[in-house]
Design a protein around this ligand. Structure first.
Ligand code: KG4
Ligand code: ZN
Length: 327
């Protein structure tokens, strides 16, 4: 079964063809980073207009480079949220239209579930559950209990900024450009700067990064940028690792997953790996190119969701919200 995946939830226009829920036949991402850089962040209206421009040429290129045609496609999968409304609309309209004119089933995929599945691209699914997923992106920071391959429970998350959002805002304060994550990692150098670890001793699985950003802003004029970047990155990593460790103690997961754009951060990967080894938990990290938004993870998720969750297997009609998440 070949599924065409479409993703436009934020600022990446992405399309992919995936066979049987693991083999990526083609995956294209048209990034808008350069376009938004001059604004220091994503401008939603600009993003949706760019998606509209990019979508059809990108689909043409995908079919051309994979030497496949619409007749090879068995179903169409599309991200239906969460995300920027105008951006989501372009992907959804495209997917609905193609499903209608090509007469193919349409599968709506939650963006967070897709990020979880990014770990299983070109791999087999774990055999034992539950698992624990730390999703860290520009829009999300959530700890999710993966009860089985179609049941997910959010056990904690950020109360304000997402981890990636905090990276982006701090990079803007420090004049390092956008996207913030890689820019901060690049200049980070150990020094004497000390920043707080918000909510690290709190018993919940919730996080907060907005105060950390304010603390950094207060000393940003006097402390060296490289040291601020180092301490900020370390503070975020420390809190994420500590909350993950607490969740491992409570839920005793059989595997650990790291997902989202911030999963590309080397320091976070190293520390989560260390934790997984210490706790002897099986771990999965997405390949770097699948950390960021992509459509391969959407097509892959759709394959497993459709086989286990009938109400996500639509014929042209798309639900506005996934019923798979519980709080
Ligand atoms: O998953 P993603 O592509 O888009 C969303 O769904 O939000 O994540 C983008 C985020 C940005 O905030 C970016 O600064 C962050 O991922 N990011 C990083 C790194 N690479 C990207 N954060 C920390 N370290 C990195 N190396
Ligand atoms: Zn994302």
């Amino acid at each position: 079964m070949i599924i065409l995946g479409i993703e436009t939830s934020c600022d990446d226009t992405a399309v992919a063809l995936v066979r049987d829920g693991h083999e990526v036949l083609g995956s294209l991402v048209s990034s808008q980073v350069k376009l938004h850089r001059k604004f220091g962040g994503i401008v939603p209206e600009v993003a949706s207009r760019k998606h509209l421009e990019q979508m059809l040429p990108l689909l043409d290129e995908l079919f051309k480079t994979t030497h496949l045609s619409k007749d090879d496609v068995d179903a169409i999968a599309v991200t239906n949220g969460p995300g920027l409304l105008g951006s989501l609309l372009i992907g959804l309209s495209t997917a609905k239209t193609l499903a209608y004119v090509w007469d193919k089933p349409l599968i709506a995929v939650d963006h967070l579930i897709a990020h979880i599945y990014s770990n299983f691209i070109n791999k087999v699914l774990p055999k034992q559950y539950p698992g624990l997923a730390l999703i860290v992106s520009g829009g999300h920071t959530e700890l999710v209990l993966v009860e089985n391959n179609n049941k997910f429970k959010i056990i904690g998350g950020t109360r304000d900024d997402a981890a990636g959002e905090a990276f982006d805002k701090v990079a803007k304060i420090l004049g390092l450009g956008y996207p913030g994550g890689p820019a901060i990692a690049k200049v980070a150098k150990q020094g004497d700067v000390v920043l707080p670890r918000p909510m690290i001793n709190d018993n919940s699985f919730d996080l907060s990064f907005s105060g950390l950003k304010t603390a950094l802003m207060r000393i940003s004029k006097t402390a060296p940028t490289s040291e601020l970047a180092y301490e900020f990155q370390l503070a975020i990593t420390d809190v994420l690792v500590s909350k993950t460790k607490r969740a491992i103690r409570k839920f005793n997961p059989k595997f650990l997953i790291l997902s989202g754009g911030v999963a590309a951060n080397q320091q976070l990967r190293d520390k989560i790996l260390e934790l997984a080894e210490e706790k002897k938990v099986l771990h999965y990290f997405p390949e770097l190119r699948y950390c960021m938004d992509n459509a391969a993870m959407v097509a892959l998720a759709a394959y497993y969701l459709k086989s286990s969750q009938k109400n996500l297997w639509y014929n042209v009609e798309v639900a506005t919200e996934s019923s798979l998440f519980t709080n």
